[in-house]
Ligand binder design. Structure first.
Ligand code: NAX
Ligand code: ADP
Ligand code: K
Length: 500
């Protein structure tokens, strides 16, 4: 599967390269025809209902007019609300307009208050949106909030930044589509930040443009292909030492739960032995998971095991001392939660981190990322891919910027957006479980990049599995994730053995 994600600048280059070898209007006609076909699939049994098509001033509007003409030719009642703006349309869009006018497409001047549509198509703006949506378009987009039928966005939901997944403008608005048919290549903004909520299910349509027109992409949508070759079935002749030791370092007073969740995550995804090194005196054992071994962090040997440092660790002097020791060690290291905050406040710790050569994964949520970058969380969320890449360069580590559409980046700029997971994960402790799974995969010898991509994928898929079984998204708890992650991992290993 082609899972490359292209920036708007790259899409413009693809467009220009394909445009140069095709008769004028070909790409728009193909976009309109493909979108009409997709629309008919979405309409299904509701083909007797009218389809509302919103067409904007640019070529996205041209696609919409082509789609309307195709639907009308197929006998569907297509009604266009055309909002052409001040500037002249491109020749392609003007031609599409003529075609729609000459056929049986209906044109309306305003939205009827209670249209009983079979489908609504958003062709207001695509990758050409350069400024916040103005009042004349805002009204039409706001009206879609009351629509009860599927909404199909052409190329990009209008109002969404295709590069970042942020809604354009401080007081911005964007269409919330149920489906997006996106042209000439997939886009990062459809899969992260507000992208998942606004794009719905994404279908990529290449419009017959071949690989010779496609540039090298720096970002991909994550699939299990990234780590599938690591999913080896376990051999009989193995022992607990074969699967690595993970030690979770954290657990200041009152925060013992965080390292315990991380430890359960690590244990149930296959580490041979899991320790919890507690900063402050805490529980002697976990009655739910008595296999975990509890130690005092102060005199705990940090070498020769994979470390997950930060869950519930607090910001005390002993936390800082332990973190410095962990950073200076040769152990594979996952840095989470309070440990990230401490590094954000200390140039010395940051320098130690950047100097490491052992595998290192950093798992910030947007606020922790902001502390590390000296920004605020809003600035991080405004461009999650760039923020993740900046952190990877600054720390010389693999970074997982968490949140809807987690972004995984490595210092060379390579980036993956994770497609699994759901809002059930927006609950305290789920990040601790992710850190534990990262630790397990590192302990089993996965390189940092594959461990980070794999852990994020498995963690999200665990939440998806729970939701599919009626556990969440509302009320899903972090403690339920480790067993679900175990089920996902075992299924992946079985699939890999079957050659699927
Ligand atoms: N050019 C081509 O060869 C193809 C273009 N395609 C479509 O064309 C789209 C890109 O077309 P355009 O570059 O015309 O861009 P758009 O149609 O996305 O919008 C740009 C137009 O809107 C105006 N505009 C931008 N922001 C605005 C705002 N906030 N308020 C009001 N007006 C605003 C611009 O001045 C311009 O006229 C793609 O997303 C895709 O849907 C497809 O048909 C594939 C082929
Ligand atoms: N709305 C969401 N959709 C998908 N994943 C989410 C969402 N909200 C949170 N997550 C995931 O849940 C985890 C939360 O981690 P974090 O914010 O560190 O919480 P905590 O510190 O309480 O464990 C991360 O893996 C994050 O990517
Ligand atoms: K659109």
């Amino acid at each position: 599967m082609d899972n490359h994600l292209y920036t708007v600048a790259q899409l413009r280059a693809i467009e220009a390269s394909a445009y140069a070898v095709l008769p004028p209007g070909t790409l728009m006609q193909r976009a309109g025809a493909a979108a009409a076909q997709f629309a008919m699939q979405l309409l299904g049994e509701r083909r007797d209902r009218p389809v509302l098509v919103l067409a904007g001033p640019g070529n996205n509007g041209g696609d919409a007019l082509e789609l309307a003409a195709n639907l009308a030719d197929a006998g569907i009642d297509a009604l266009v609300l055309h909002l052409p703006g001040q500037r002249d349309a491109s020749i392609e869009t003007a031609t599409a307009h003529e075609r729609a006018r000459d056929g049986t497409v209906g044109f309306i001047d305003m939205l009827p208050p209670d249209g009983d549509w079979g489908l609504v198509v958003d062709g207001l703006f695509g990758i050409g949106l350069t400024r916040p949506i103005g009042d004349e378009y805002r009204e039409a987009i706001a009206a879609l909030a009351d629509v009860r039928c599927p909404i199909l966005a052409l190329d990009v939901p209008s109002g969404l930044d295709a590069d970042t997944g942020a809604i354009i403008g401080p007081d911005g608005i964007a269409v919330r589509a149920t489906h997006t048919i996106t042209f000439l290549g997939d886009k990062p903004g459809l899969h992260t930040a507000d992208g998942r909520d606004h794009a719905g299910l994404v279908h990529v349509e290449m419009l017959g443009v071949g690989p010779e027109h496609l540039p090298q992409s720096q970002a991909r949508l994550g699939t299990d292909d990234v780590f599938a070759h690591r999913l080896a079935a376990r051999r009989h002749n193995t022992h607990k030492g074969s699967f690595g030791d993970v030690a979770i370092v954290g657990g200041a007073h009152g925060m013992a739960g965080a390292p315990v969740l991380a430890a359960r995550g690590a244990l149930l995804t296959g580490a041979g032995r899991v320790f919890v090194a507690m900063l402050d005196p805490g529980p002697g054992y976990d009655s739910m998971q008595p296999e975990l071994m509890f130690r005092a962090a102060d005199d705990f040997e940090l070498d020769k095991r994979t470390l997950v440092i930060g869950p519930g660790m607090g910001g005390s002097a002993s936390a800082m001392r332990l973190l410095a020791k962990a950073l200076d060690s040769d152990s594979p290291l996952v840095i989470d939660a309070d440990a990230i905050t401490l590094i954000g406040a200390s140039p010395d710790l940051l320098a130690r981190l950047a100097a490491r050569s052992a595998p290192t994964i950093l798992t910030p949520h947007p606020l922790e990322a902001a502390r590390l970058l000296g920004k605020d969380a809003g600035e991080v969320q405004a461009d999650r891919l760039q923020a993740a890449r900046d952190m990877a360069v600054r720390t010389n580590a693999t970074v997982i910027l968490k949140g809807s559409g987690s972004v995984i980046a490595q210092p060379n700029g390579e980036t993956v957006i994770n497609p699994t997971g759901n809002a059930g994960l927006a609950t305290a402790g789920s990040g601790d479980v992710l850190a534990g799974i990262c630790g397990t995969l590192l302990a089993q010898g996965w390189p940092a990049w594959e461990a980070a991509s794999g852990a994020t994928w498995i963690h999200g898929a665990a939440a998806d599995l729970l939701v599919a079984n009626g556990v969440g998204p509302i009320g899903l708890t972090a403690g339920e994730l480790p067993a679900a992650a175990r089920a996902v991992l075992n299924m992946l290993v079985l699939d890999a053995a079957d050659g699927n």
